[in-house]
Design a protein around this ligand. Structure first.
Ligand code: PLP
Length: 449
């Protein structure tokens, strides 16, 4: 049985339930949360965590749960990766903040240099750092507008880009992200995504791109368009992998029309999909790329990285923020990137994909509610439908999720219809634990059949 060091405690890498879920201590704390925390801030699995690392979370009642969510694709290197912990401790003891816009420090520049090296394309690149994914997306749009002198922004069906005003406008789904929060920012245009499972069989990526491009040309006009913003694999929208050729065709059209191609790799980036970035799977080189989530081992960091001449179009002082690229967070990112390199985490994500696909294929053979298995690397999903149809089955999805939670496996759902399971284990999870988690998923399908 392997152990991992988390917050100084050896954390046994094993699922172990000693109370019901949530246990009595978590329930007490939940009542306190209810008293003091706004109801709008939801909770997927209401156990209070006291330690986490490797592939497990230990709660205040002493239960150890297997983590297939990574805090929504964030703890790619684990929740307490040794190099993240060490570098953060060292940095926090040296200084916590100066504001990079007031007096700079190395960590910020080191992260920007790493981003220039790791993101797709070998052109000259520059970065600006922010605190959250939504903030990075907002800034990518700001930069694209200045660089092109155009206003319009194209986004896609099922897109998720954040919860701030501009990014709510860019996000597709009303509940819970937008409902009642308008009016939204203008000049955002939505076009059809390539969604192979829900389309005429055999429709090619290039055809799906032509359909989107035709709408852009008719409804927006390339001459008004600053950028196309796309998740190369949809995140909240259901882990949809567009048909082969869709992304390259869109990127080529953008290049031909002076439109910037912006890849939102906030969820798919940093080894998650079995390569450093999801764009790499099809050789797509974005003009701008937004990153966050997996970048800093759980600390809040986000970035916009792009062609140097595009990034430099913005006037001095036009980009920034009080905390963006805080020194502690940059130390965490450098530690996380070191873990990714040292342990070849893209390869680990591919190995995890092979295990998950084997397990999901077997489960799907017994349970025709699983209409589609998709994803790349450790970013895998299944879509649940009424057997033999495309009709979403959100009720079954909830039932399977509830079973997994009650049996100590943290699973997350997503998708426009709430009928998709997304599997996002930390890449630090052990093989035995991963197999055990899918034993529970298999039981959950059997128990809810
Ligand atoms: C999570 C996410 C965002 C928003 O990131 P926050 O840090 O929550 O603001 C934007 N785009 C994608 C693709 C995401 O998955």
């Amino acid at each position: 049985m392997s152990t991992t060091v988390a917050g100084g405690t050896a954390l046994v890498q094993q699922r172990n339930l000693v109370t019901e879920i949530p246990g009595p201590k978590s329930q007490e704390k939940l009542a306190r949360k209810k008293q003091y925390v706004a109801d709008g801030v939801g909770t997927t699995l209401p156990v209070f965590v006291e330690a986490a690392g490797g592939g497990v979370l230990r709660d205040v009642d002493g239960n150890t749960l297997i983590d297939l969510g990574s805090g929504i694709a964030v703890t790619t290197v684990g929740n307490a990766a040794p190099q993240v912990v060490a570098r953060v401790q060292e940095q926090v003891a040296a200084f916590t903040h100066t504001c990079f816009m007031v007096t700079p420090y190395d960590g910020y520049v080191d992260v920007a240099a790493a981003l220039a090296e790791l993101t797709p394309g070998d052109h000259a690149k520059k970065s600006a750092l922010f605190n959250s994914g939504a903030e990075a997306v907002e800034n990518a749009v700001k930069i694209a507008r200045v660089a092109t002198g155009r206003d319009a922004v194209v986004v896609f069906d099922h897109a998720y880009h954040g919860r701030t005003n501009l990014t709510m406008a860019m996000t597709a789904k009303n509940m819970p992200y937008k409902n009642g929060f308008g009016p939204f920012a203008g000049e955002i245009y939505r076009v059809p995504m390539s969604y192979p499972f829900r389309e005429t069989e055999g429709i090619k990526g290039a055809d799906a791109a032509a359909r989107a491009i035709d709408q852009i040309e008719k409804q927006v006009g390339a001459e008004n368009l600053a950028c196309v913003v796309i998740e190369p694999i949809l995140g909240e929208g259901g882990f949809v992998v567009p048909a082969d050729g869709f992304l390259p065709a869109l990127a080529a059209w953008c290049r031909d029309h002076g439109v910037l191609f912006v890849a939102d790799e906030i969820q798919s980036g940093f080894c998650r999909t079995g390569d450093w970035f999801a764009c790499n799977h099809e050789g797509v080189v974005p003009d701008l790329i937004t990153t966050a989530k997996g970048i800093a081992g759980g600390l809040p960091l986000a970035a916009v990285t792009g062609r140097a001449e595009v990034m430099d179009a913005v006037h001095a002082g036009g980009l920034g923020g009080t905390y963006g690229g805080n020194p502690v967070v940059c130390a965490a990112a450098l530690g996380a990137i070191a873990e990714m390199r040292d342990h070849d985490l893209p390869a680990r994500a591919r190995a995890i994909e092979a295990t998950i696909r084997r397990r999901l294929d077997a489960i799907a053979a017994d349970h025709p509610t699983i209409g589609d298995i998709r994803g790349r690397g450790a970013m895998m999903a299944i879509e649940l439908v009424k057997p033999g149809t495309l009709e979403p089955d959100a009720a079954r999805t909830s039932a399977v999720a509830a079973y997994c939670h009650a049996h100590g496996v943290v699973v997350l759902t997503c998708g426009t219809w709430g009928n998709v399971f997304r599997f996002l284990p930390p890449l630090s999870i052990g093989d035995d634990l991963l197999e055990e988690a899918f034993d529970v998923v298999a039981e959950a399908f059997a128990a809810t059949a």
